[in-house]
Design a protein around this ligand. Structure first.
Ligand SMILES: C[S@@+](CC[C@H](N)C(=O)[O-])C[C@H]1O[C@@H](n2cnc3c(N)ncnc32)[C@H](O)[C@@H]1O
Length: 202
């Protein structure tokens, strides 16, 4: 896809109800520019961040969004992206077991619960190319997101941070293990049960 300037891409993303601050948008734009080959977004909502990444110049962009949201399709159509971006209307837990291509960059912006964050990070790990960056949103705003990320250190290392977004990368040093899962789960029973049923092992 043809890359626009950040200012143009951001203006268009704002028209699509993007849920990022401008600083976060700028960082996301830069990360896509640096690794545009095969980009995946988990959690698209109305398509604001997706439009930003497409217009940043992602060569291949896949969106995973379980809810069939008309607004997402309208956002893509508005910028002539409907035929160029792949949308999968499933939870990402159903997609990572059967995914086959190597990702250059992952943007994780879905649930704000500990196990959802942890599971997605672990589940997508094997599909990332060596050194690939993962941008994770809501790290500062939601304690459970922060814990889901921090508990995977030191194997998962935070390399950048702006507002409520962190950028992480998996170490390829096999001696670095992830921490054990925190014992104190604060999830409500229903989400804990559904998340546990799809718990990915690190
Ligand atoms: C915060 S919104 C995404 C905002 C969007 N990235 C933006 O900046 O414009 C989170 C979205 O994640 C979706 N979601 C929830 N669980 C998910 C899962 N397991 N896989 C993919 N998307 C999920 C929700 O339906 C919701 O639309």
């Amino acid at each position: 896809m043809q890359g626009l300037s950040f200012e143009q891409a951001w203006r268009n993303a704002c028209e699509c109800d993007v849920l990022l601050s401008e600083n976060e948008g700028r960082l996301l734009y830069r990360l896509v520019r640096e690794a545009p080959e095969n980009v995946l977004e988990v959690g698209s909502r109305h398509g604001g961040s997706a439009v930003l990444m497409a217009l940043a110049g992602a060569h291949k962009l896949t969106l995973i969004e379980p809810l069939a949201r008309p607004q997402l399709l309208l956002s893509l159509a508005r910028f002539d992206l409907l035929q160029r971006v792949h949308v999968l209307n499933y939870h990402d837990t159903l997609v990572w077991p059967i995914w086959t291509s190597e990702l250059s960059f992952l943007f994780l912006d879905h649930e704000h619960e500990y196990l959802d964050v942890r599971n997605s990070l672990v589940g997508w790990r094997g599909h990332l190319r060596r050194g690939a960056r993962i941008a994770i949103h809501d790290y500062v705003v939601f304690e459970e997101v922060k814990r889901g990320v921090d508990d995977l250190g030191p194997a998962l290392k935070i390399v950048d941070r702006i507002d409520s977004m962190v950028v992480a990368t998996w170490s390829d040093d096999p001696s670095l293990r992830t921490r054990r899962k925190s014992r104190s789960m604060t999830l409500p029973g229903k989400s804990r049960r559904s998340a546990r049923s799809s718990l990915a092992r690190s």
